[in-house]
Structures are given as C-alpha cells and as structure tokens.
Design a protein around this ligand. Sequence first.
Ligand code: FES
Length: 128
Amino acid sequence: MYTKTVMDHFQNPRNVGELPDADTVVEVGSPECGDTTRIFLKIDNNRIVDVKFQTLGCAAAIASSSMATEMIKGKTLEEAWKLTNHDVADALGGLPEKKMHCSMLAEGAIRQAINQYRTKQGLAPWTE
Ligand code: FES
C-alpha cells in the first residue's frame, strides 16, 4: 500500500524531536482522524535554518512530516509557504487516495507556524 520512500521516512523519520530555541511552535490536528503534528521552526533572516517535528499519527502522517521538513529546511518563508501536501505526496512517490488527508497535517502545521512567526513580527498573516 505504501511506496518504499514512504516506508523509509516512516521507519527512519528525519527531523524528529523538539527545538528548544524555536522561533515558532504550533500543533495542528486532523479533523478526519484526530491525529496531531507539532512543528518547531528556527528562522534566521527570513530563512528556515532548522526544523523539527513530533507527530502522533499514522505511517503516512509521519512520512509526510519527515519529507515536508526535509523539503523546507534551508528555504525562505515564501518558498516554504508554497509547499503543498501534493508536493510532499509526490516526493514520497505517491500516497493512497484515502491517506492524502494525512499529508495535510504537515502542510497545515508549516503554514500556521509561518503565520504565527509573521504575527509575532508584526506582519500580516499570509492567506494564500
Ligand atoms: Fe490520521 Fe493518517 S489516519 S493522519
């Protein structure tokens, strides 16, 4: 049911943990299943210099969070904002249709974290 890449990121997830000196931390839950992802971003000069995550969820959610954090590390906030759950699913070699909602957790968490950071900086949150 899962690709080799999904299984790799599920069994050896990258960037798991916490960032004690994170600039922004958010937790989002899936309305479909109640699973959650917490994301920590360290931001310097508009760039994501470090990222960690903690996911309480299924294999697809953990693999998506792992891949998404790999894809945004080192990127500007604008670049990270544009990352969609479809980009993450594609990078994983695809997800079963009924598991696509699991990839929404990482996208939602990253976007909320970016907007929380922007709000702290006195900037308007992005909407799309
Ligand atoms: Fe809940 Fe996958 S079933 S995130």
